[in-house]
Design a protein around this ligand. Structure first.
Ligand code: PMP
Length: 360
């Protein structure tokens, strides 16, 4: 078996330990004679899996009792519609547009009400996070929306926006569980799990209870009501059972590693290694303003498209995979999520140094 260092933005690298455990349990989960893939979501065994997964996530994030944890499907993209459908009582929402994903959410919400773009960084190709300390928040806004870590551009909010008392909704798909968060600052924290947590096919949404009501926009399908899933403990219909099981394993791995404080330290150390090299390199250049840099997604360029392509190709041959930047921006991007070991970033930096010597 030979595993590569996988810098994919998502679906992405998972902890090897977790994959091995899942492999060992594939045919017979804990003596029940079947795989988790084969068991009823109404079985006692699965009930234990989902409850334990939720509890471990609650422990890791210190989620207060007045927040529900929902395991949903439809990807993060489905939340772009579900959020306005469930939250737009006044049919007004404010969006901070810091990248493609925030923009998509902003555009989708326009189907349901009046949506204001109260800040954006599009003027400089989303290479920074705008100052959000005193924005023109709408007095009747149902919520203020952010994408906290911008996967494509590699930026991250270092301080949350001042929402002037309005409910904050955050897409944390690409920074989920990468560092501690104060859940009480948000109305909703949600993200697709396929980057920093588990396999593709599930979204976790942590929602303050008062936002889960029957008062949704007219015509909202049953499956798109938060209340449907909250009332049924995420078992209204068949959930993504295997994904819940895998995420549960990753939560246990995170607990074993020491929790989110430790992950933050590890992630800072990994990111520093790469950013320090980028800052000193004569060939490669980071594309993000320093104080907006993400710990998870690190985009960089040589400034020459052909050389970028050569780098991606040679890196792949050296066992460093998926370093091509997003198709909309080009260049390179190294996604260094929780499960990427320090050695993976060391290997990347060593390869970049060699490439620099050979190509400068
Ligand atoms: N939000 C962010 C920040 C993302 O990075 C992505 C996916 N790359 C999405 C939303 C969309 O996720 P999905 O494919 O699960 O709909």
């Amino acid at each position: 078996m030979s595993r590569v260092y996988n810098f994919s933005a998502g679906p992405a690298v998972l902890p090897e330990e977790v994959l091995k455990e899942a492999a060992a349990e594939m045919l017979d989960y804990k003596g029940c004679g079947m795989s988790v893939m084969e068991m009823s979501h109404r079985s006692q065994v699965f009930d234990d899996i989902i409850k334990e997964a939720e509890q471990d996530l609650r422990d890791l994030m210190h989620i207060p009792d007045n927040y529900k944890v929902l395991f949903l499907q439809g990807g993060a993209s489905q939340q772009f519609a579900m959020i306005p459908m469930n939250l737009m009582k006044n049919k007004v929402a404010d969006y901070i547009v810091t990248g493609q994903w925030a923009k998509k959410a902003y555009q989708e919400a326009q189907k349901y009400g009046k949506v204001n773009k109260i800040a954006t960084s599009e003027d400089k190709t989303f290479s920074y996070i705008p100052d959000c300390s005193d924005l023109p928040v709408s007095p009747d806004a149902d919520y203020v929306y952010i994408c906290e870590n911008n996967t494509i551009y590699g930026t991250k909010f270092k301080t949350l926006p001042n929402t002037k008392g309005k409910t904050l909704v955050a897409d944390v798909s690409s920074c989920f569980l990468s560092e501690p968060v104060d859940v009480t600052k948000y109305g909703i924290i949600y993200g697709g799990v396929q980057k920093n947590i588990g396999p593709a096919g599930m979204v976790i949404s942590i929602i303050r209870e008062d936002l889960i009501t029957d008062e949704v926009l007219e015509g909202t399908p049953t499956m798109l009501k938060f209340k449907t899933h909250a009332d049924a403990g995420s078992l209204y219909n068949t959930p993504n059972c295997y994904c819940i099981y895998m995420c549960g394993k990753v939560f246990k791995w995170l607990k074993k590693m020491g929790g989110l404080e430790v992950m933050k330290e590890r992630n800072e150390k990994k990111a520093k290694l790469l950013y320090d090299y980028l800052d000193s390199s004569k060939l490669f250049k980071g594309t993000v303003e320093k104080d907006s840099r993400s710990l998870m997604n690190v985009p960089f360029v040589t400034g020459d498209k052909d050389l970028d392509a050569k780098f991606v190709k040679e890196a792949k041959a050296a066992g460093l995979e998926n370093l091509k930047g997003h198709r909309t921006v080009g260049g390179m991007r190294a996604s260094i999520y929780n499960a990427m070991p320090y050695e993976g970033v060391e290997a990347l930096v060593a390869f970049m140094k060699k490439f620099e010597e050979e190509n400068l």
